[in-house]
Design a protein. Sequence first.
Length: 173
Amino acid sequence: MRKLKNSELGRISSEDFKNITKSPIVLVLDNIRSAMNVGSIFRTADAFLIEKIYLCGITAIPPNKELMKTALGANDSIDWEYVRETSAIIKRLKIDNHHIVGVEQTEKATLLNNFEIPNKKIALIFGNEVFGVNQELIDLCDECIEIPQFGTKHSLNISISAGIVIWDLWGKI
């Protein structure tokens, strides 16, 4: 077995990326404290052809140095938009017929492995590293999904959570 060289990976350019068909998923990042987490989510979004990322509240935006350090250029390929009030973008996405899904531990949350892809675009809301998805936003959701966890913490880093959820949904699309 031999490790592949970068030239053998068949990577596309940022320009080509912008023109290919994307996954029917958008991400809403609400008040994410760590710019490095945001950059990591940009890379995951690039890997799975996410349509767009909405950066809300205190969430870092490019060209933030820490974001750029972990994004490794994915901020150039992924379409993104800054929106100060998260609820405003959620309401806009609802009007645009997105299925609004909070990634949070709630009453009646659907376990990720049981989540069925609806016949419409999906907007995934990821919340603050300490406080999670705000209740005001939960109230706007069509559904919440939860990553099954079995240890003592019942909490994952947001960039890890985003990777798990996006990978799972991408495999179901």
